[in-house]
Write a protein that binds this ligand. Structure first.
Ligand code: PMP
Length: 295
């Protein structure tokens, strides 16, 4: 993630990565009450574009607010900092990770001290390009009544790590988690869609992190005239799907080959998901307001 030349942003300064340190008494390290984001920049003719940067930093501000972390920078300022960070590190195609966390405080009250860290590094498509073999996790997603499920909170990712390690131990590529009612929710770090007879289905907001990629895919589907239905469904319905895929900033759009060993019957190359992936790869290189060029 870094070498001796890497520069990171930490509490108002651009500093060498090795100098960015926090105390072992940091509240977030003990209790998980930090918030973070993951976004990508893509190279284009003018330099690069951080895809939907403002939406990611708006979500970061929302997450921080819900966790009572008092961020000293506005989303606009965070966008500027992100571009400056890419510049400092001579990066175009990069993954960008802002993290907001509490100060030295061992109580369970929100800490007044708030730290802001941001790093960027080259990161290929998380999970790669090959169709994934997925298992239905024995872990459920956190109950929305026990947390703020639409915020990107550090502590939520213990659930993601448990599900991922279970899947890997059992020889699968990735986990698919159900919600507390037994409906399909999402992956450990991505949202889920399936296609059946030309229609796309995805779980509604409420028990998931409603991702920015998910929203983008829904907009692209609308442009293509593909219907998207948001509804609750059980995994049995997915066994009968033509294709299925994960969507998220890190995974982009990742096809699923099989679920619990049940191979899906459709061909990815002929699917709506694949068509959306090709469109997505074009869209991410441009700022929203410059319009969409499809080649
Ligand atoms: N769900 C979870 C649990 C995630 O961690 C992510 C990644 N942030 C997503 C969905 C996808 O969100 P996005 O498209 O905004 O990256």
């Amino acid at each position: 993630y870094y070498n001796k030349n890497t520069i990171v942003f930490k509490d108002g300064r651009m500093i060498p990565a090795a100098e960015a340190m926090s105390s072992d008494y940091t509240q977030t390290l003990h209790y998980g009450n930090g918030v973070f984001e993951g976004m990508r920049s893509y190279e284009n003719a003018e330099g690069c574009n951080i895809f939907r940067a403002r939406e990611h930093f708006d979500r970061l501000a929302y997450s921080a607010d819900r966790m009572q972390l008092k961020m000293p920078y506005s989303p606009e300022e965070m966008v500027q900092i992100a571009y400056q960070l890419l510049d400092e590190n001579h990066l175009h195609n990069a993954y960008i990770r802002p993290l907001v966390y509490g100060g030295m405080n061992m109580s369970l009250e929100p800490s007044d001290e708030c730290h802001v860290f941001m790093a960027a590094w080259n990161w290929g498509k998380y999970l790669g390009n090959d169709p994934l073999s997925v298992m239905v996790s024995s872990y459920q997603r956190p109950n929305p009544k026990s947390t703020i499920i639409d915020a990107k909170i550090v502590g939520h990712y213990t659930n993601s790590i448990l599900a991922t390690s279970e899947a890997r131990k059992l020889g699968y590529d990735e986990a698919l988690l159900l919600d507390m009612h037994g409906n399909v929710a999402e992956g450990p770090g991505a949202n889920f869609f399936f296609e059946k007879e030309g229609i796309l289905y995805t779980p509604p907001a409420g028990h998931i992190l409603p991702g920015i990629t998910r929203r983008t895919v829904m907009e692209l589907a609308q442009e293509l005239g593909i219907r998207v239905v948001e509804k609750f469904f059980e995994v049995e319905e997915v066994y009968d799907a033509d294709t299925a895929f994960f969507v998220g900033t890190a995974v982009e759009i990742a096809p699923i080959a099989a679920i619990n060993g049940e191979k899906l019957k459709g061909t990815w190359e002929d699917s709506a998901g694949h068509q959306l992936y090709l469109m997505y790869r074009q869209k991410v290189r441009f700022n929203e307001y410059q319009g969409l060029t499809i080649v």
